[in-house]
Write a protein that binds this ligand. Structure first.
Ligand code: 6PG
Length: 248
């Protein structure tokens, strides 16, 4: 299904070497687009490789995306679900990214995913949680290079952060480890986190940002047009396809 006609697109972004950017009339339309895009990527991945790997982010924006994704025609039995990042709190905590997705996505699925690879937010030591997640990534993806997710959903912070890669923080500069702990207390919520690192984000076959609000739309448009190079989200230049899905 093609996106709603109200959207604004770059003129042929592929020709300009720019990522595609879509501005949808509201979060419902943007979330629907994200859900359909994810489902299509899943069907293509399973047809081509027999499995689908998806990594999702947290925050307040993706709730509706997750609900709509649960209703898509998607081969969940061949899908491995990972998280881009997690706050170091137990799943029952309202700040947990996994906990939020459990209610909006996992609880609504027609069948369980092949595997849910959550980050253990309940671990007392964030470095230990990162180590456990790295081992899980290695066990699933194998190989020596960064895991190449079939689809990776990212959010955008007002400071240009994405995942839990914040401006000026050490995790942003990590180029070897696939996931690291993040002690930065300047984030909201101000708790330690575990995050995938840039090499993994940039190894993905498809990365899409889902962001809502005029302020983030302006920031995203500047990043997508190459006018902002100085923030973490601008460093996301994946091997595969990059799409900005904006609401409002
Ligand atoms: C997190 C996220 C983070 C989020 C952005 C946008 O754990 O906080 O992964 O990167 O996607 O901060 O958050 P909102 O959707 O709440 O604006």
């Amino acid at each position: 299904m093609t996106p709603s006609p109200e959207i604004e697109r770059h003129a042929d972004p592929e020709a300009e070497g720019l990522p595609a950017l879509e501005r949808h009339v509201d979060l419902e339309a943007a979330s629907q687009r994200a859900a359909q895009l994810t489902a299509r990527a899943a069907r293509e991945a399973v047809a081509a490789r027999g499995a689908f790997t998806l990594a999702v982010s947290g925050g307040s924006t993706p709730g509706r995306y997750f609900e709509l994704l649960a209703g898509q025609d998607l081969p969940w039995a061949a899908t491995h679900l990972f998280w881009v990042d997690e706050r170091m709190v137990p799943p029952e905590d309202a700040r947990s990214n996994y906990g939020a997705a459990r209610g909006t996505l996992l609880a609504r699925l027609p069948e369980p995913p092949a595997w849910v690879h959550r980050i253990k937010g309940e671990e007392a030591d964030p470095a230990r949680a990162a180590e456990i997640y790295r081992k899980e990534l290695k066990a699933h993806f194998g190989g020596n290079g960064p895991p190449a997710f079939d689809c990776l959903h990212l959010g955008l912070g007002g400071d240009g952060h994405t995942a839990s890669l914040f401006p000026g923080q050490p995790a942003l500069g990590e180029r070897t480890l696939w996931a690291v702990d993040v002690a930065y207390a300047g984030a909201d919520p101000p708790v330690p986190r575990v995050s995938l690192t840039l090499p993994v984000l940039n190894a993905a076959r498809l990365v899409f940002f889902l962001a809502s609000g005029r302020e983030k739309a302006a920031l995203a448009t500047d990043i997508a047009a190459g006018r902002r190079q100085d923030c973490p989200a601008a460093l996301v230049r994946p091997e595969g396809r990059l799409l900005w899905i904006l609401a409002g």
